[in-house]
Write a protein of this length. Structure first.
Length: 321
């Protein structure tokens, strides 16, 4: 039996896959360009309402240090509200899709067409637009990942097959997000309650309990790191994706952990590099294309590693039987 794909081979295969299918970069680049040059929808009045509510709810007998912390938090919240573009939620929830434009984007003045702005003042409207952006963001991410997964199988699907697989993946990804939120809440709840009780007597122990809960949450996230590749590469549903991800990570622990950590370090390192190009519009455009290529290659490496390892494990099971 052939040796399974190694970490370096998976990374090399990911770059080769994207290089041979450059059209997979169109979706992340298009999303970034829309966030960069398109209209801005702000929610400054909503953030100001939250700040007013926090100001009225702070205790009257608060210490000067606590009041100073409240003022700093309100200033940071207002600054975030001024920068926040509601449409950027689309990119934030597009699972796996590499996007460079976030809350703060470079100027697009060289186009001689400044983007228009719209302020939301109603809470219901704000909630509805955010919900719509979440739905659209997950859909755009599924379209992108399904296009990328086609390169792993090295097959070209018809429009009907692609649409069917994308819809199935959309449902599974939505279920995975909901399940992830529930699992994270159940993991953190006992630690938060314990920290709240212990914090009355000792803040240091309370902080330790909170950090312990975060470490356990991160450990669970590592075992689920191949759930999204399982959905798009294997066409798995929620339960199958969780089982496949845990299986691949468990039986290939050090290789899987090395791949995840290496991809994280590469991504974080290059995010710092891309920031140095955002001083000019053309530099930001070049960084956007380079980030789309790098991010897509890293995601493809995860998919290739998962596909090879799950196939290898299935072959071993067949031989044992």
């Amino acid at each position: 039996m052939e040796k399974p794909l190694g970490v370096i081979d998976a990374l090399y295969g990911g770059f080769a896959l994207v290089f041979s299918r450059p059209w997979v970069l169109l979706i992340p680049i298009a999303v970034d360009l829309f966030l960069w040059m398109g209209p801005r929808v702000t929610a400054v009045p909503i953030f100001q309402q939250i700040i007013t509510w926090v100001g009225t709810s702070q205790p009257s007998n608060a210490s000067p240090e606590m009041l100073q912390a409240f003022d700093a938090a309100k200033s940071a919240w207002l600054a975030a509200g001024n920068k926040f573009n509601v449409i950027s939620v689309t990119a934030l929830v597009a699972i796996g899709m590499p996007t460079l434009m976030g809350l703060e984007v470079p100027s697009a003045s060289f186009l001689q067409a400044p983007s228009t702005g719209l302020a939301i003042v109603d809470n219901t409207t704000f909630a509805g637009i955010v919900a719509l952006m979440v739905v659209m963001g997950i859909l755009v991410g599924c379209l992108y990942l399904q296009t990328l997964a086609g390169g792993v199988h090295r097959e070209e699907n018809s429009a009907g097959t692609f649409a069917t697989r994308t819809f199935k993946s959309y449902v599974s990804v939505g279920a995975l997000i909901i399940a992830g939120c529930i699992i994270g809440f159940l993991i953190m709840l006992p630690f938060l309650l314990s920290a709240a009780l212990v914090g009355i007597f000792d803040q240091n122990i309370a902080s330790f309990l909170f950090l312990l809960g975060l470490m356990l949450l991160m450990w669970a996230a590592l075992y689920l790191s191949f759930a999204v590749p399982a959905i798009f590469v294997s066409g798995a549903n929620l339960w199958q994706a969780i089982v496949s991800s845990v299986t691949v990570f468990r039986y290939n622990f050090w290789s899987a952990l090395g791949l995840v950590c290496l991809i994280y370090l590469i991504d974080v390192g290059f995010q710092i590099i891309w920031q140095s190009f955002e001083a000019t519009a053309w530099g930001a455009l070049g960084a956007d294309v380079a980030n789309a290529f790098l991010g897509s290659s890293l995601i493809a490496a995860m998919m290739l590693f998962y596909h090879d390892r799950i196939t290898w494990l299935n072959r071993i099971r067949e031989q044992i039987r």
